[in-house]
Design a protein around this ligand. Structure first.
Ligand code: HAM
Length: 421
């Protein structure tokens, strides 16, 4: 037997309705905010992700890299933002100074240590808004992420926001942080030692108990914000408050990727059984990234949800979602002749919009009945020799357990009336 690859999972028919519901829900909600769907390739040239300014673990250590037969360096996308921006630049979607609002759903790949809520292939859906630095766009984005969890009916979550400041504020703070941490170099964890030169802000994110002791007295980001950054962040938080969106400011929230500046945020599950990977969604501003990827200087902001984690929240909070439609009718037959007749009738019913099925395995009457009930068929259509001779079928309502003989010619109208189709 060949097993699935470590860190991947199969989505079986019994669970698929949650995913289908979620996809439909997202598309409807995001269209209301005027986001347009974009689909980009699953693999890209490696240098799209492996950039000089991107030192995050996710990009340096966790990507699936390979060479194709033409000796090109390719990478399975570990996230959606870089590919969407590459496409935005390549297709010149920025023409006419338009504000471009995009959403996407698709698989991503990261070679992380698999655990609850963390996979090597996982689904994200997200948005990217390109072309505006208006603080109201930040609010719109945060609100959209918030509405996603709220309108799904979830209750156990918390929204955390922070600002990393503009480029200058961030650089000033980084310098101060490095100055503070350098004397503690030997006491820092292995990862933090590495991050000190490449990505010092991420040290604030460390879970290592010794690092935490050192970080406790580190300079605070908020003391390094420029007046403009402070004002913009205040505007954002005020507007969130007036929209009655609950949030918590977390000055230690820095996010895993290096491309962020100014606003960053996450929504985390607070369900006690969620496991350690609690971030349902993460996002923020990236005002230099379009330029860094070879495009014009255009600001952007976005977020991405992990769909597996959202599905897990839905299950843990026992949110009941509409299931897939079940069969309108199931044909029960007795021999090749009645089966053939049922097959023809089934085509007619399907053409008229009904959901139907029949048994192709020549099973016993009992097994056919069992199958029909397990498929939650609303009606049984029983075709025996007697019925055929009379040009009729027996239609049985599986709930009311009533049955009557119906002329084959009247079957469509009979079912239409009963089922309101
Ligand atoms: P990220 O925080 O790396 O950000 O990922 C966003 C979300 O994807 C996480 O909050 C989590 O729910 C989910 N996720 C990440 N890695 C895994 C994994 N291995 N298994 C399961 N779920 C996972 C980004 O990817 C940014 N591109 C978000 C963004 C868009 N920022 C601006 N625009």
């Amino acid at each position: 037997m060949i097993n699935k690859v470590k860190g991947t999972y199969d989505l079986l028919p019994s669970d698929i309705y949650i995913w289908q519901y979620l996809e439909k829900f997202i598309k409807e909600l995001y269209q209301k905010y005027n986001y347009k769907e974009i689909r980009t390739p699953i693999f890209e040239y490696s240098n799209l992700f492996h950039r000089d300014n991107e030192h995050s673990d996710m990009v340096t250590k966790e990507t699936y890299n390979f060479k194709d037969k033409g000796n090109r360096d390719l990478t399975l996308r570990p996230e959606g933002t870089a590919g969407v921006l590459r496409s935005y630049i390549e297709n010149k979607l920025y023409a006419n100074n338009r504000l471009v609002k995009l959403f996407y759903i698709g698989p991503n790949f990261r070679y992380e240590r698999p655990q609850k809520g963390r996979f090597r292939q996982f689904m994200q859906f997200g948005v990217e808004t390109l072309g505006s630095n208006d603080y109201l766009i930040d609010v719109e984005i945060i609100k959209l992420a918030f509405e996603t969890v709220k309108q799904l009916g979830l209750k156990q979550y918390i929204l955390k926001i922070n600002t990393l400041g503009d480029k200058q504020s961030k650089t000033n703070f980084e310098k101060a942080l490095v100055n503070y941490l350098t004397p503690f170099y030997n006491e820092l964890s292995f990862d933090s030692k590495e991050r000190l030169t490449k990505n010092p802000l991420r040290i604030l994110d460390s879970k290592d108990p010794n690092d935490l002791k050192i970080i406790k007295n580190a300079p605070s980001l908020k003391d390094y914000l420029s007046d403009k950054s402070k004002e913009s962040f205040e505007n954002i938080t005020k507007m969130l408050t007036s929209l009655k969106i609950d949030y918590e400011i977390d000055y230690k929230l820095v996010r895993g990727l290096d491309y962020y500046s100014d606003t960053v945020f996450e929504i985390l599950s607070t369900n006690p059984n969620f496991g350690s990977q609690t971030a349902l969604v993460g996002g923020g501003r990236y005002n230099s990234l379009v330029k860094e990827l070879g495009g014009p200087e255009i600001p952007g902001i976005g977020f991405a949800f992990g769909m597996e984690r959202l599905v897990e929240s839905i299950k843990l909070e026992e949110i009941s979602l509409p299931k897939e439609k079940t069969l309108d009718a199931y044909f029960i037959t007795f021999d090749p002749k009645t089966k053939k007749e049922a097959f023809k009738l089934q085509a007619l019913l399907r053409d008229n919009g009904f959901i139907t099925d029949l048994n192709y395995l020549n099973s016993s009457f009992k097994s056919q009945l069992k199958e029909a009930l397990s498929e939650e068929a609303k009606y049984l259509i029983i075709i025996g020799e007697d019925e055929l001779n009379e040009n009729k079928v027996t239609v049985k309502d599986t709930k009311l357990e009533t049955q009557e003989k119906v002329k084959i010619d009247n079957l469509v109208s009979y079912l239409k009336e009963k089922l309101n189709v």
